[in-house]
Design a protein around this ligand. Structure first.
Ligand code: CAA
Length: 259
């Protein structure tokens, strides 16, 4: 099933939902309409128990070349503040279904920040990551100063945020920003394989796993470990835990029903 939107393409393959940023005239720059479409598509997939993983990718030369600069250029502080510009993207981080980000070409500014909101991040060898906002007289505004620092540490985050320089895919992998790098023509297949692997697991377990790892960014160690343990205990209420452990003992593949 393929649905048409203005700035994205939405598709379902098996238990994987695919959101493709597609605004070629602006290198997929993330304007307000794109935000609305991405967040709505992701929320709809999240609400569908038939979807076990989401792939978010770009098209053409870019994952996304940033927030839409032309849309922001003439606005004043009061307007940006009252609208709480970019706050809408927080909804994307509340999606509970695991999201695989697949980045080819430019992931700059808001594009890099959106990529970092994904749970598993895969890069094509053509990927370029950067936070060039300093060149525009501003700073990252969709979480870059926080998520990049947590992902790659202070040294590289300061370097990138202060100079605006780009990281290529190899450096991004070395720095821990992405989990794998693949040739560009393999990117979507690789992302779909990863998503398919995740989508075949127990959905409650996959959601709990995402929540537990995400909690590492929000809590202290003791609290995070306790949160993990309680989620672990809770999974013993699922049919999938019974099936997964029975299948192991019987030396067969588990048949998860996502309940
Ligand atoms: N916003 C609006 N339009 C953009 C855009 C953006 N972020 N990035 C590219 N475009 C537009 C260009 O204006 C151009 O449109 P026209 O054909 O109408 O002139 C079209 O997309 C193609 O872009 P280029 O001709 O510039 O393509 P290029 O291959 O020569 O360069 C690039 C590619 C280096 C990525 C360059 O487009 C660029 O530097 N883009 C801006 C990157 C940037 O600064 N991103 C940060 C934005 S601010 C932000 O994201 C804030 C935040 O924290 C959320």
């Amino acid at each position: 099933m393929t649905e048409q939107h203005e700035n994205i393409r939405v598709e379902t393959r098996g238990r994987t939902g695919i959101i493709t940023l597609h605004r070629p005239k602006a290198l997929n720059a993330l304007d307000a309409a794109t935000l609305r479409e991405v967040v709505a598509a992701a929320a709809a997939m999240d609400a569908d128990p038939g979807i076990g993983a989401i792939v978010l990718t770009g098209s053409g030369k870019a994952f996304a070349a940033g927030a839409d600069i032309k849309e922001m250029a003439d606005r004043g502080f009061s307007e940006m503040f009252r609208a709480d510009w970019f706050a809408g993207w927080d909804a994307f981080t509340r999606v509970r279904t695991p999201v695989v980000g697949a980045v080819a070409g430019y992931a700059l500014g808001g594009g890099c920040e959106l990529a970092m909101m994904c749970d598993v991040l895969i890069a094509a060898d053509t990927a370029r990551f950067g936070q060039p906002e300093i060149n525009l007289g501003v700073i990252p505004g969709m979480g870059g100063s926080q998520r990049l620092t947590r992902a790659v540490g202070k040294a590289k985050a300061m370097d990138m945020v202060l100079t605006g320089r780009q990281m290529d895919a190899a450096e991004a992998e070395r720095a821990g920003l992405v989990s794998r790098v693949v040739p560009a023509d393999r990117l979507l297949d690789e992302a779909l394989e990863v998503a398919g692997t995740i989508a075949a697991k127990s959905l409650p377990a996959a959601m709990a796993a995402k929540e537990a790892v995400s909690a590492a960014f929000e809590t202290g160690l003791a609290q995070g470990v306790l949160f993990e343990r309680r989620l672990f205990h809770g999974l013993f209420a699922t049919e999938d835990q019974k099936e997964g452990m029975a299948a192991f003992a019987a030396k067969r593949e588990p048949r998860f029903t996502h309940r």
